[in-house]
Design a protein around this ligand. Structure first.
Ligand SMILES: [Zn+2]
Length: 315
């Protein structure tokens, strides 16, 4: 006789048996070592900033103003240097070679010019056209080139950018302009010899007798605005201003220069630049041939300051 225990479990009994086994398994599992789960840190996505899909405005090109000072180093140069330091703007000096060796004071100014990071130094001949003898000077193109080469060599200029004394002459890339036909051959010779020749769009005139500026900073600023607005400069959007640093030895005119710079600086459409940034300038570095030229005759050049024959004043 078989007992109940010997009988195979019924389906219901089998179900309860499975259920019991499951609970035993689960309760035993609690004692089992827990598996260490490595959680990858969840990086919260940054909030997305929605920006209007407007096209970026094209950056406006600023108009460039090149402040250039001729005939230094001389008595006004230090005042110009103080102003540009205060305003932190770059300018260009077109130097007369003889002036760098004219006096102790000029030599000291020359030393400070060479180490000044705000200035670019360019060539304005050695003798200032044989002490303002313009007609005679420009008749001899070879000597004109020699006079420029002497400054390049003696002042160890770093670029081949020049300006003719007393003549507004341009030889820059394809631009050629000569204000006085008598100087054309000399200008062509300078360009051929390796100089870019830069004239000016506007001059801040001075009275040679009083050595005072003839126009106020306000009036000059208006003229600059007008020339740029009407595209009346040699290159649109670029204006070269000619000034003479000896004028600014006078405190009042020095103040006028300072005011002009502040006025131009306040116009956000303008920026100051040195002339090697002028469009088309190629001779940013001086060539060896200019420095090797020793054809100039030192003995024929008067030592010391260059004197304006008409006014008997230093130029
Ligand atoms: Zn000059």
């Amino acid at each position: 006789m078989s007992t109940l225990h010997d009988e195979p479990p019924s389906a219901k009994q089998y179900y309860y048996l499975c259920l019991l086994s499951f609970f035993v398994f689960v309760s035993c599992d609690n004692t089992a070592p827990k598996q260490v789960v490595q959680h990858t840190p969840v990086v919260k996505k940054a909030d997305t900033v929605v920006v209007d899909a407007k096209p970026l405005e094209k950056k406006k090109t600023k108009k460039k103003i090149y402040l250039t000072f001729d005939d230094g180093p001389n008595k006004g140069t230090d005042n110009v240097l103080n102003i540009i330091k205060e305003e932190n703007i770059p300018v260009t000096f077109f130097l007369v070679g003889a002036h760098a060796f004219g006096s102790k004071a000029q030599k000291a100014t020359w030393d400070s010019l060479q180490t000044n990071q705000l200035v670019e130094l360019c060539n304005h001949s050695f003798t200032h056209a044989w002490y303002n003898s313009y007609d005679k000077f420009y008749k001899l193109p070879d000597s004109v080139v020699s006079d420029f080469n002497k400054t390049a060599e003696r002042l160890q200029l770093k670029n081949g950018i020049g300006r003719t004394p007393g003549r507004n002459i341009w030889r820059v890339d394809s631009m050629s302009f000569t204000d006085n036909a008598k100087a054309k051959a000399a200008a062509d010779s300078l360009y051929k010899a390796g100089y870019d020749m830069l004239g000016w769009d506007l001059e801040w005139h001075f009275n040679p007798k009083t050595m005072r500026v003839t126009k106020s900073a306000d009036d000059l600023a208006k003229q600059i605005d007008s020339l740029l607005l009407k595209n009346k400069t040699k290159q649109p959007g670029n204006l070269v201003l000619l000034a003479h640093d000896q004028v600014y030895k006078n405190a009042e005119d020095s103040l006028q220069l300072h005011q002009l710079i502040r006025k131009l600086k306040a116009n956000t459409d303008y920026e100051f630049a040195i002339v090697s940034n002028y469009p088309g300038i190629k001779r940013k570095r001086i060539t060896d041939s200019l420095l090797k030229d020793k054809t100039y005759k030192v003995d024929s050049l008067r030592k010391g300051n260059v004197i304006n024959k008409d006014t008997n004043r230093a130029i």
